[in-house]
Design a protein around this ligand. Structure first.
Ligand code: ATP
Ligand code: TZP
Ligand code: MG
Ligand code: MG
Length: 263
């Protein structure tokens, strides 16, 4: 059975400590997909919420000291209870504060997966790659090599997204080629994707890399169909249709359109 079918059957609870820009879009995207979103960041409850969830997502998009403590409490609880944990290091490299916080998070908690653009992932492991705010910016280097190095260093799955996406555990690497450039015109499409990865990991059992790869590819196929249906209308119509497609895209149609290969 595909992971998307397992996800829709299980309706896993996904704990999100995320940023104020994307909170509503993330909750609606997870609902459309078939997961059950739970946004909670109070210090008093994050450990309990993480422990009861199928997976936890931490996202540093609008960072502050309160959020960092929430992330550490939730992350440690997820680790203690065997709950998959995903980090989206939004803007790592853009400021030294963000970079240092990702170093603190990755040294104190064990990630199941890291998902970001290439500049973010490079900066999480101390590699140089210039960034432009929360966007990837320019840089030179081998994206697959950076992803594999990060996966080896952090001992977790690493997903580097862009026009093509790289999914690796350092030993096995997949390249996913679905998606559409209009995804870059809607804020939070990267952040939602990180929560979608968490939702797939919640039902992955021990096939975590394969589930992460399917998450990335499924998301890209949904975006392609939505872009086709709203061609010429702009990002507002795309955003709504994209949520629709996360909900109605069938396993069969997904399998027909998925472009994923082992590197
Ligand atoms: P950034 O801030 O650099 O945009 P992000 O966190 O928004 O990073 P993205 O790399 O944009 O994350 O990835 C989000 C989704 O958009 C992924 O599904 C990715 O495949 C897709 N995507 C990004 N750029 C393109 C592109 N040029 N063509 C097709 N799909 C893309
Ligand atoms: N500023 C801080 S977080 C954020 C912005 C615009 C959202 C970034 O979302 P994404 O998914 O990385 O494009
Ligand atoms: Mg983007
Ligand atoms: Mg992002």
């Amino acid at each position: 059975m595909s992971f998307i079918q397992k996800l829709r059957d299980a309706n896993p609870l996904i704990h999100n400590i995320t940023n104020i820009v994307v909170t509503n879009f993330t909750a609606n995207g997870l609902l459309a997909l078939g997961a059950s979103p739970f946004m909670a960041d109070a210090h008093e409850e994050v450990a309990d919420v993480a422990a009861m969830s199928g997976a936890v997502l931490i996202n540093i998009g609008t960072l502050n000291e309160h959020a960092i403590k929430s992330m550490l409490l939730a992350g440690k609880s997820a680790n203690a209870h065997g709950v998959p944990l995903v980090l989206d290091p939004v803007g790592a490299g853009a400021t030294s504060y963000r970079t240092e916080v990702t170093h603190r998070l990755t040294s104190e908690i064990k990630l199941t997966a890291l998902r970001g653009n290439v500049a973010e992932v490079a900066n999480v492991i101390g590699e140089k790659w210039s960034s432009k705010g929360v966007d990837a910016g320019s840089g030179e280097g081998d994206v697959v090599a950076i992803a594999r190095k990060a996966a080896a260093q952090l001992d977790c799955i690493v997903i580097v997204t862009g026009a093509e996406d790289v999914i690796t555990d350092s030993k096995t690497t997949y390249i996913a080629a679905n998606g559409h450039p209009i995804l870059t015109k809607v804020t939070g499409t990267g952040c939602l994707l990180s929560s979608v990865v968490a939702a797939f990991l919640a039902v992955a059992g021990d096939q975590k890399l394969e589930a992460a790869a399917e998450a990335i590819s499924f998301y890209g196929v949904a975006a392609e169909i939505a872009a086709g249906k709203t061609a010429g209308q702009g990002p507002g119509s795309f955003q709504i249709e994209f949520l629709n497609q996360l909900s109605v895209l069938t396993t069969e149609r997904y399998a027909e359109l998925s472009k994923i290969k082992e590197a």
